[in-house]
Design a protein around this ligand. Structure first.
Ligand SMILES: NC(=O)c1ccc[n+]([C@@H]2O[C@H](COP(=O)([O-])OP(=O)(O)OC[C@H]3O[C@@H](n4cnc5c(N)ncnc54)[C@H](O)[C@@H]3O)[C@@H](O)[C@H]2O)c1
Length: 265
């Protein structure tokens, strides 16, 4: 089996999944482990982080589960401290945590707006803030931030706080990429398109209110490939950016969307 991130230590935030099956963070954590990394799996739901760790252990990999809400500065500082004390280093910071919400400026209330910016962007600023000094001291590292095509396009329905917060993720990533480029730290984004994950299943089956199968079919039809992606598509793109194969790539926005952002309508 190829070992594309052999001997590296990867922090993955949102390493669990909100439902059965493969979420983006869970697949990324398992894939990093399959490719030789020791994984520090962070989630605010300890059972979800433990489940991912269990899969990694069953496959013979190394993983530690850690409970933390990544919107809290104190919690993020202590998760980085624990990762360093258990594993001795941090080479990959994979920021997966992010929450969607449908609505425009009149529908999204201020609390939702603030929550989106805390969960979707501030969390990534905090993890970067505490990991970067160690990456610099080690002589390098790779940050992979999970953004969305919603950061650069209108989805077809309003998602104002989601899109704006994901746009901020892109710029946060580029700021770090430029500032740390000559110190061996790379920072890149993955922009997933319409991905069929437990998060989407949960939304179409309980939050959306319309016909779930019709909604899933509409999502498939929107994509030039006529299918949604899955969590492994996002995980493989992330693995590439985190690995040394991407050593000359920083500040990139890697779109993983079956061609949807190439379309006019
Ligand atoms: N599914 C899609 O179509 C799609 C499209 C574009 C982008 N994305 C992005 O993918 C990411 C989510 O992917 P997923 O499938 O892993 O989602 P998910 O909802 O399954 O989330 C993974 C984990 O994050 C944890 N989490 C949530 N808030 C947290 C917090 N504050 N602190 C710590 N853990 C927290 C949850 O407990 C969950 O276990 C998001 O950044 C999302 O914007 C998804």
């Amino acid at each position: 089996m190829p070992q594309r991130v052999k001997d590296k230590v990867a922090i993955v935030t949102g390493a669990g999944s909100i439902g059965p099956g493969w979420g983006n963070g869970k697949a990324a954590a398992v894939l990093y482990a399959r490719e030789g990394a020791r994984v520090f799996a962070v989630d605010c739901n300890p059972a979800a982080a433990e489940e991912t760790c269990g899969i990694i252990h069953e496959e013979g990999g190394e993983c530690l589960a850690h409970e933390a809400d990544v919107t809290s500065s104190e919690a993020v500082k202590s998760l980085v401290d624990r990762c360093l004390s258990e594993f001795g280093r941090v080479d990959i910071l994979h920021n997966n945590v992010g929450i969607p919400e449908v609505g425009g400026p009149e529908e999204i209330d201020e609390d939702t707006w603030d929550r989106h910016f805390a969960v979707n962007v501030k969390s990534m600023y905090l993890t970067s803030r505490y990991c970067l000094p160690h990456m610099v001291e080690q002589g390098g590292g790779a940050i992979v931030n999970i953004s969305s095509i919603g950061s650069i396009r209108y989805f077809g329905y309003p998602c104002v706080s989601y899109g704006a917060s994901k746009g901020a993720v892109n710029q946060l990533t580029q700021q770090i990429a430029v500032q740390y480029a000559d110190r061996g730290v790379r920072a890149n984004c993955v922009l997933p398109g319409l991905i069929h994950t437990p998060l989407v299943e949960h939304y179409v089956r309980s939050g959306y209110g319309g016909d779930a199968e019709e909604m899933l079919q509409t999502r498939r039809e929107m994509v030039p490939m006529k299918r949604m992606g899955d969590a492994w598509d996002v995980a493989h793109a992330s693995l590439f950016l985190a690995s040394d194969e991407a050593r000359y790539i920083t500040g990139a926005q890697l779109v993983v969307d079956g061609g949807i952002t190439c379309k006019v309508t």
